[in-house]
Design a protein around this ligand. Structure first.
Ligand SMILES: O=P(O)(O)OC[C@H]1O[C@@H](O)[C@H](O)[C@@H](O)[C@@H]1O
Length: 261
């Protein structure tokens, strides 16, 4: 890479001299599904907060874009619920995984949100960011190994629907993390597991993330470089979260093949 100082505007060059692998977040980096998640979360929390306000006699303060970016984006589903409720001074019983979407528990709310997400996904389909697909192709042509690292339990289905399986050598998603007992982002463990599967040390891998929690995970894992892909939110927010650089489009990221000795 050509920049080591945190920056919001410098040109980014990923070179095989410095790096062997690229670890891509999915929702909001490769596919346009961060918005689908955000809408499902808004539908869930607004209904919940409104009924809570009615019951308690308190004011109704809707779930905002900032709430999504700060407390929910990038985190595993149930962590997002706990984290956002805590930010409003609210708690719910955990419940059990067998409960249905009607249960007023963390597990119940998680099921409800997933229903809303799948409903919206079926209606809208999975759109990809052409710039991300182009970058993945250029990286692989230059000899980089690539992985998709997502908190989502729907990652495999989204990657398959978008016909992107051939672009990744490894996948570490919400289902895998659950199976292996790995903590989700902002902990670095899912990215570290992906680097391990690619047989690449973290300092030889670049992380590409649109979520603050994901950028923090990249930073905490001591990866070689962290690119913040800012699709939403205030300028500089991903650099402030720990990204080395922030870009608006992945088309601007250049790839350099190693010069043979
Ligand atoms: O509910 P899922 O599909 O397991 O996804 C969990 C999280 O996955 C992340 O990739 C998204 O940024 C979050 O918005 C989402 O909540």
């Amino acid at each position: 890479m050509s920049t080591s100082e945190p920056s919001a505007s410098a040109a980014v060059v990923l070179s095989r001299r410095d790096l062997d692998a690229a670890l891509f977040d999915l929702d909001g980096v490769v596919t346009r599904t961060a918005q689908v998640h955000a809408e499902a979360w808004t539908r869930l929390f607004d209904a919940y907060l409104e009924s809570h306000a009615r019951r308690s006699g308190g004011p109704f303060r809707p779930f905002s874009a900032e709430d999504y970016q700060r407390y929910v984006d990038g985190r595993p589903r149930l962590d997002g619920i706990r984290c956002f409720l805590e930010s409003r001074g609210l708690t719910l019983p955990e419940g059990s995984p067998e409960e249905g979407p009607e249960a007023e528990t963390v597990q119940g709310l998680g099921k409800r949100k997933n229903g809303y997400f799948l409903e919206a996904l079926a209606r809208r389909g999975v759109e990809v960011f052409a710039g991300a697909v182009g970058l993945l192709e250029r990286l692989r042509a230059a000899g980089f190994r690539t992985a998709v690292v997502s908190a989502s339990r729907n990652c495999e289905a989204v990657v398959r629907a978008a016909e992107l399986e051939h672009l990744f050598d490894a996948r570490v998603d919400g289902v895998e993390a659950g199976r292996l007992g790995l903590p989700g982002k902002p902990a670095p463990d899912t990215f570290l597991e992906a680097a391990r599967r690619l047989r690449v040390p973290p300092e030889r891998a670049v992380v590409l993330e649109d979520a603050r929690a994901g950028v923090q995970a990249g930073r905490r894992g001591h990866f070689g470089f962290v690119i913040g892909v800012r699709r939403a939110g205030p300028e500089g927010s991903l650099v402030r979260a720990g990204a080395n650089v922030e870009v608006a489009h992945l088309t601007t990221v250049k790839v350099e093949k190693e010069i043979p000795a």
